[in-house]
Write a protein that binds this ligand. Structure first.
Ligand code: WTA
Length: 647
């Protein structure tokens, strides 16, 4: 089978999958017929409530939704204790694989003890209901345990991706007014120990007056400074604590976590999720999108808990459903390029959820590598983070899935909390490259400029027309920005920020962001945040950043900078300075935000009103003839830029 001409190719689910699938096509019909009651039913079937709710949805003050409002429950109880109480304490919850090859496993009974100890430990550090806890951790079991311990106490976690800089930690700790920071000495990356704690120290030196304590897990034994009175070790505080802890009873609408994500302006947004609705849709999608059979599946999501995928599809969704899951600390190429497939073989992974970028990278490495491993345990594959190009889809299907695993291409966002558009395995005839259809119970649409629904064959903006259980509730501390960003572009609709198209069958194809957000390896980056980081360097007067198409990472960051007069006179070597600026962005934001290329140019293309025309810079970055320049204030600018790059 060739991987060309796949545009029209479709893939029906194998009959043996259909026969055992959790979902049938009636799920869509039920959702349609039942309206919000469909979600009330899911909430009661999939979660254990301390007190049942009497109202399903309160939408009297849009866009501030309240789901299951007078119900009470506890997320950690749902993710852990209830499985033990149901007699499944011996089932494995976590299979941890460290990058150096060390491994640990936790049954649900073990996890209950660990989470209880952590909750008692955090409480001894003064943490209670509603307090914010910043989490800056590698992908180790303690990261999941920490999140669940917060949930157990009714405290609100705010996870900062371990690849982010000290500056990112500081701004998030300050915005959320965290009382506690949980971190580790470090981790391992490509065979070498890395550190995390020094970034927390640097962050707290510059800010974070609300932080009383820093709790440190010993992971790699790197030497770290401990500030007397503030810093404490996990093994002193948590390991010695009691394993008895009564979970706090929290309201369905009490906050579960804050997770920061890039927006169109420089300042990251603290996306707030609450408890009942978030857990309902997470559990629902585990059951139906991932066809999870908790007794027999081994599920593996390759994301990091620093991203929303790690929140919904590592910490909460799978555990609430009682799954057995693998978590992996490291990179796919350490110590060798077969590491992912070695893990699938070692643990007998049945459901694997990963990103198109990872798949494209593995494709480049060659199919001889996965061919060395036994991947026959796999029965379902999933992708998230960006659209999967049909080449990568068919490769994943053939080489990894052996030609008979359904693939679910799941579209969703930090803001949506759980899957929104996806195939249902066993139901949908898959069409590579398209996420296809809204999850049952979710109302998405593609609309034109005026908010009118489009017809098949047309493209426009992706919106959600009705509230859904796992929707974000607000931006932490900034209701106004929440309304402005998501609910003002179109009346009474959630604006996702993505472009989309209906094909002739009415299936949805996601076309990428329509705002100044880039998508690099499935990670959201804001152009203006990177521009600010560049301008904060003393040699840079002005900067413009674009996302240029990239074969492996989807988009790559390309930066155009104008030097200050002083720096221009100093006669820097362009390549050397470009390297310095890349490193500077890495330090200010994160290595993932480093521009692939920094182009030093004499001018930037601007309209008469001073707006930078990124479209033209994108042409340059993608080596295309430059488009229409007639709206530029100075029409010679693009020529100057092109000439300067030829020098
Ligand atoms: C993009 C990640 C196409 C999209 C869960 C969205 C996708 C942004 C897909 C959210 C997909 C995510 N197909 N595009 N299957 N999944 N995206 O908040 O642009 O990190 O708006 O959430 O990723 O990124 P976020």
């Amino acid at each position: 089978m060739t991987e060309h001409n796949h545009e029209q190719q479709t893939f029906a689910p194998p009959q043996d999958f259909v026969d055992q699938a959790n979902a049938g096509s009636e799920l869509y019909e039920q959702a349609e017929a039942e309206g919000t009651e469909f979600w009330a039913r899911q909430a009661r079937e999939l979660l254990t409530w301390s007190k049942d709710f009497t109202t399903t949805l309160d939408w009297s003050n849009p866009p501030f939704a309240k789901w299951f409002e007078d119900g009470t429950l506890n997320a950690a109880y749902n993710a852990v204790d209830r499985h033990v109480e149901a007699g499944n304490g011996d089932r494995i919850a976590l299979l941890f694989e460290g990058e150096p090859g060390d491994s640990r496993s936790f049954t649900y009974a073990d996890l209950k003890d660990e989470v209880s100890k952590a909750a008692n430990g955090f409480a001894s550090l003064g943490i209670g209901k509603g307090d914010r806890v910043a989490v800056y951790m590698p992908m180790i079991p303690e990261a999941v345990i920490t999140m669940l311990a917060c949930a157990r106490l009714g405290a609100i976690h705010s996870v900062v991706f371990g690849g982010f800089s000290a500056e990112a930690v500081r701004s998030r700790v300050e915005d959320g007014e965290a009382k506690l920071v949980v971190t580790a000495d470090g981790s391992y990356r490509r065979g070498k120990p890395t550190t995390l704690k020094p970034a927390v120290d640097a962050a707290l030196e510059k800010g974070g007056p609300t932080v009383d304590h820093v709790l440190v897990v010993r992971r790699n034994g790197e030497e770290v400074a401990m500030t007397e009175g503030r810093d404490v070790w996990w093994h002193d505080v948590v390991d010695t604590a009691s394993a008895e802890h009564a979970p706090a009873e929290v309201g369905a609408e009490d906050p579960l976590f804050i997770l920061y994500t890039s927006g169109t302006t420089g300042k990251p947004k603290g996306v707030l999720h609450t408890t009942g609705g978030y857990l309902t849709q997470g559990a629902f999608s585990m059951k139906y999108t991932f066809d999870l059979k908790p007794e027999s599946d081994v599920y593996w999501c390759t994301a990091d808990v620093g991203w929303v995928t790690g929140h919904s599809y590592i910490t909460y969704g799978p555990l609430v459903m009682g799954a057995t899951q693998v978590i992996y600390e490291g990179t796919p190429d350490s110590p060798h390029r077969g590491r992912f497939w070695e893990i699938v073989q070692k643990y007998g992974v049945t459901i694997m959820y990963t990103s198109p970028t990872a798949i494209r990278t593995m494709m480049k490495w060659g199919e001889e590598i996965p061919a060395e491993y036994d991947l026959t345990s796999l029965r379902l594959l999933g992708t998230v983070g960006e659209a999967i190009n049909p080449e990568a889809w068919t490769w994943f299907h053939r080489v990894i899935g052996g030609g008979d695993c359904p693939i679910v291409d799941t579209w969703w966002q930090t803001e949506t909390g759980a899957h929104m558009i996806t195939q249902l395995p066993g139901v949908t005839v898959a069409k590579p490259g398209s996420a296809q259809r809204a999850l049952a119970g979710v109302k998405v649409d593609v609309v034109d400029e005026m908010g009118e629904s489009l017809e098949n064959g047309q493209q426009g903006f992706l919106v959600v027309r009705e509230p859904w259980p796992s929707m974000m509730r607000t931006i932490w501390g900034d209701d106004e920005r929440f309304v402005q960003t998501y609910w003002s572009r179109f009346e009474s609709m959630y604006f996702a920020g993505d472009g989309a198209r209906y094909d002739d069958d009415g299936d949805i194809w996601i076309l990428g962001r329509v705002d100044d957000v880039m998508n690099v390896s499935g990670h959201r980056l804001s152009t203006s945040e990177i521009e600010s980081a560049l301008v904060s360097h003393h040699t840079v007067a002005e900067a413009a950043v674009v996302g240029a198409a990239d074969e492996t990472t989807g988009q790559a960051v390309v930066a155009f900078v104008i030097l200050t007069d002083e720096a221009a006179q100093e006669g820097h070597d362009k390549a050397e300075l470009g390297e310095k600026l890349r490193a500077h962005v890495g330090q200010e934001i994160s290595p993932i935000a480093k521009p692939k290329r920094v182009l030093i140019v004499p001018e930037l293309p601007k309209t008469r009103s001073g707006k930078i025309m990124r479209r033209l810079l994108k042409d340059v970055a993608e080596d295309r003839p430059v488009g229409d320049v007639t709206t530029l204030a100075d029409q010679t600018v693009m020529q100057q830029i092109v000439d300067s790059l030829g020098e």
